[in-house]
Write a protein that binds this ligand. Structure first.
Ligand SMILES: [Fe+2]
Ligand SMILES: [Fe+2]
Length: 421
């Protein structure tokens, strides 16, 4: 019946929401670059499914005030949120890949098999897509989980124990399912959990050349941004190093998930996903020039400039860099066109359109957050200004060895790229 259906779809909404909020929080702690990129992709897919579910529940005339709370599914949703306190990145990914995503996949399959495709046709369309995405998410994460466990073998036992704990609690609650909820009021404590905190340092993929400052011009203003091949490389390095923006997007999505309305999660999931596409553009471009990962600098300075600060400054960092750099993007796309480098031109052109959306997100949500805190919504420019200072203070900590090293790495990279072009 209509209201039973709405109740189940509401449960799916809260499961997707909790899963994606936890996943966003874990992006900085996972080292392999491809997993960070995949996590951002999954977050966006979950947010789109959650958004469709939420709209559908409203369409079914479910009392809207009841959509603000989990209701009888409280214990189940607490379990989905509880994985934010996983003891390690491997434990987090294993519990998601082996327990929570399969539980959602099975429930969606059961829902589609049982419900009426005429009366509930609109749900069938988006839930079929969500089901195929769940299959793909599990497949992709399984592959990368193996890779992660090979690089962090010490966490295997803990990850297995944690995954079993999550599975046992889920089974005690009757899984996600499509039946009526047996209201369980007692919230469970997950044995082995570790209270989550935003990491001060992001994990970096050891296959790259790891550093804080990823190009000489960051620490030496007299170093030219360059033209021709140098500009093409610089641009791809910038895109790759937008890994900081994936992490910032994930951290703020999670940090403000319970403060700002649902639309915040929906927007910031897209924001995070877009940054992962920009990062991947640079990654694939550098690989297409035949460069080896060990020669490619992957930095941390922008993420670390905001560490220890109120997470509003991580939102401020995105806003600061996006509004600072956007004016160069179309000019650079035209330069790439002139060089006959249609790939770089294409990447920059799409990037420009995304960044225009993001500048709007930054301004809107900084204002919302400031006014919720009882401050002046117009103070978003002060946040931006403080971010500029935080970054320049952090850049001033660069040592002469770091400056010399990055100059050598950049010179070697450019020499190799020129030789291969
Ligand atoms: Fe970006
Ligand atoms: Fe952006």
């Amino acid at each position: 019946m209509r209201l039973d259906t709405a109740q189940v779809l509401k449960r799916f909404f809260f499961c997707e929401r909790s899963l994606l909020v936890s996943m966003a929080a874990w992006i900085p702690s996972v080292a392999p670059l491809e997993i960070k990129i995949e996590m951002a992709h999954i977050i966006w897919q979950c947010a789109e499914s959650a958004h469709a579910l939420r709209n559908r529940v409203f369409e079914l005339r479910f009392p809207s005030r009841m959509l603000e709370e989990e209701g009888p599914d409280h214990a189940l949703i607490k379990l989905f949120s509880g994985i934010k306190d996983s003891p390690s990145a491997a434990a987090f990914l294993m519990s998601v890949t082996k327990v929570l995503l399969p539980a959602l996949r099975d429930s969606y399959r059961a829902y589609l098999a049982t419900s009426d495709s005429i009366a509930d046709g609109p749900t069938h369309r988006f839930l079929s897509l969500a089901l195929s995405e769940k299959d793909e998410q599990i497949r992709v994460l399984q592959k990368w989980l193996q890779f992660l466990l090979l690089s962090e073998p010490l966490t295997l036992e803990e990850a297995l124990a944690w995954t079993q704990t999550v599975a046992r609690h889920l089974s005690d609650l009757g899984s996600v399912g499509i039946g009526p909820t047996q209201a369980v009021l007692a919230t469970i404590a997950l044995e082995g959990s570790k209270t989550y905190s935003i990491p001060d340092r992001p994990s970096r993929d050891p296959r790259f050349w790891r550093c804080r400052f990823y190009w000489p011009d960051v620490v030496d203003p007299s170093f030219p941004y360059g033209e021709g091949m140098q500009l093409q490389i610089r641009s791809a390095i910038s895109h790759l190093n937008e890994v900081w923006a994936i992490e910032a997007g994930g951290v703020i999505l999670s940090a403000f998930a319970d403060v700002l309305p649902w639309e915040w999660i929906h927007d910031s999931a897209r924001w995070t996903y877009d940054e992962s596409r920009h990062c991947r553009m640079g990654y694939e471009r550098l690989l297409s020039w035949g460069l080896e990962l060990g020669q490619i600098p992957l930095g941390t300075y922008i993420y670390e400039s905001a560490s220890g600060q109120d997470p509003i400054y991580r939102m401020g960092m995105l806003y600061f860099f996006e509004t600072k750099n956007i004016r160069h993007k179309l000019t650079r796309a035209q330069l790439f066109h002139g060089y006959g480098d249609s790939l770089s031109e294409h990447d920059m052109d799409f990037d420009w359109a995304d960044e225009t959306i993001h500048a709007g997100y930054g301004k809107h949500w900084l204002k919302e957050l400031l006014s919720l805190r009882g401050g002046d919504p117009g103070a978003h420019d002060q946040i931006r200004e403080r971010c500029r200072h935080l970054v320049s203070d952090y850049v001033n900590t660069a040592t002469s060895i770091e400056v010399a090293d990055i100059k050598n790495v950049a010179a070697a990279l450019m020499a190799k790229a020129v030789a291969r072009s």
